[in-house]
Design a protein around this ligand. Structure first.
Ligand code: PGA
Length: 245
């Protein structure tokens, strides 16, 4: 039985003061021992948010990491720094990073491997543009993102995969629950081919893209969708309703 995982991606929002204030507004309303709940603040707020969440079951993640251990990578964050801050998850390959910062499938793969080496759970994002969906190349795109992203990964069950169609991110246009389920099932079948039926059954696959308190329940009840990666709605108290779906 796969444990559901709902993660909030705060993106470039909230100063440390805002982050601490907000997490204190929501943390007591979130009490779900049966699922994993994760918030991913900006790096400057991670330590403070970890401290505020000490006595709760809510976990903390970062939004990006660099695959090298240390060195001359101005502006980047290593996994050792993440570990020292108390975070346990890292979003990798978010479509905004792919589109705005030129991250390739190969680079995303390096990040996934480094997370696994350091025992941080990677949330690996994949997703197609509207053009790719309409051109019918949809499944090929996702296949290469998943296959290259998981290259040399031995234990796929330690990776969380987030299917996030780009046309649904921040647009208010959610994929229908059938569209989301179709792709999450496709990814699960792919993992069966790449690994084994057992690994495929155990690997968690989230949906992300305009998840709201109004659509969360329908999406999260689909058989192959094991959670959600939530952007905009995770910045509001709506996140409480999403988590308590
Ligand atoms: P959204 O973002 O919920 O605001 O669409 C999702 C994401 O980018 O992870």
């Amino acid at each position: 039985m796969r444990r559901k995982i709902i993660a909030g991606n705060w993106k470039m929002n909230n100063t440390v003061i805002d982050a601490v204030k907000f997490i204190n507004e929501i943390k007591d309303e979130i009490d779900r021992e049966d699922i994993d709940v994760v918030v991913c603040p900006n790096n400057l707020s991670v330590i403070s948010v970890v401290n505020e969440l000490e006595d709760t079951s809510i976990e903390v993640g970062v939004q990006n990491i660099h695959p090298e251990d240390k060195g001359a990578y101005t502006g980047e964050t290593s996994l050792d720094m993440v570990i020292a801050s108390g975070a346990e998850y890292a979003i990798v390959g978010h479509s905004e990073r792919r589109a705005m910062f030129g991250e390739t499938n190969e680079f995303v793969n390096k990040k996934v491997l480094k997370c696994l080496e350091k025992d941080i759970t990677p949330i690996m994002c994949v997703g197609e543009t509207l053009e790719e969906r309409q051109s019918g190349k949809l499944f090929d795109i996702i296949k290469s993102q998943v296959t290259v992203g998981l290259n040399n990964v031995e234990d796929v069950t330690k990776v969380v995969i987030a299917y996030e169609p780009i046309w649904a991110i921040g647009t208010g246009v959610t994929a229908t629950k059938e569209q989301a389920e179709e792709m999450c099932k496709y990814i699960r079948d792919l993992i069966k081919d790449l690994y084994s039926p057992e690994d495929s059954e155990e690997t968690r696959i989230q949906y992300g893209g305009s998840v709201t308190k109004d659509n969360a329940k329908d999406i999260l009840n689909m058989p192959n969708i094991d959670g959600a990666l939530v952007g905009g709605a995770s910045l509001k108290k709506d996140f409480i309703d999403i988590v308590n779906f």
